[in-house]
Design a protein around this ligand. Structure first.
Ligand SMILES: CC(C)(COP(=O)(O)OP(=O)(O)OC[C@H]1O[C@@H](n2cnc3c(N)ncnc32)[C@H](O)[C@@H]1OP(=O)(O)O)[C@@H](O)C(=O)NCCC(=O)NCCS
Length: 187
């Protein structure tokens, strides 16, 4: 048996009127620009960032390694993939943050799947990745950026608001979930 749950999401937007100033990474962290050889690493960091997060209920593909690989490949091979807005952050022990960019039919830049692994949150990496993607969009003439965020994802909403994004639309995403009575616990 299944039940449908509706997740409230905001579409947030930001005009890119002025040159966007990049944010410096903390010491010991560095940028990895997009290359096809990094597709699997983006998928892995996406998985590590999201699989224990509530967004993995909203987008079940974020909850498994295979789902993240498929999602990353789908993004990469879309004709509107924007490599300039797609970045990894590497730390002393490997990659810890990811963001991808797509350009929509209006020429607006869509921020996709911004994620930082749990043990590296609160260091400024999420903000740096967001701004780095915006710098990438601005470098190819994108006039406006947008993203979607689950309404109760406070860290993400605060980050986007602090960067100047504002909510323009509320959306509800319907997700089929197993009915609570049918979930077997401890088997
Ligand atoms: C959202 C996320 C990317 C933020 O990454 P981060 O590296 O921790 O963020 P930063 O350290 O750059 O923090 C930037 C701002 O985010 C907000 N923020 C970060 N962590 C927060 C928390 N635990 N609670 C509330 N706000 C928080 C704050 O506004 C913070 O600004 P401040 O430093 O002035 O307080 C990270 O929490 C994450 O990967 N979450 C899981 C995946 C996800 O939800 N992605 C967004 C999908 S839309």
């Amino acid at each position: 048996m299944q039940t449908v749950k509706y997740f409230k999401r905001h579409r947030m937007e930001l005009p890119l009127r002025h040159p966007v100033q990049p944010v410096e990474l903390p010491a010991d962290y560095r940028w990895l620009a997009w290359s096809d050889g990094l597709l699997a690493m983006h998928a892995e960091v996406k998985y590590l960032s999201f699989h224990q997060h509530a967004d993995a209920l909203v987008f079940p593909s974020l909850g498994t390694r295979g789902g993240c690989q498929d999602l990353m490949a789908a993004i990469r091979f879309r004709p509107n993939f924007c490599p300039q807005a797609t970045w990894l952050v590497a730390g002393p022990n490997g990659c810890v943050g990811t963001v991808q960019g797509l350009i929509d039919d209006n020429g607006y830049g869509g921020i996709q799947n911004l994620g930082v692994v749990p043990e590296c949150r609160g260091l400024g990496l999420g903000r740096a990745l967001l701004v780095q993607a915006l710098v990438g969009f601005a470098s190819v003439g994108v006039p406006r950026a947008f993203l979607e965020v689950t309404a109760n994802n406070d860290p993400a909403v605060r980050l986007y608001r602090a960067a100047g994004f504002r909510a323009y639309k509320t959306l509800y995403r319907a997700v089929q979930l197993p009915h609570p009575d049918t979930v077997a616990v401890g088997l």
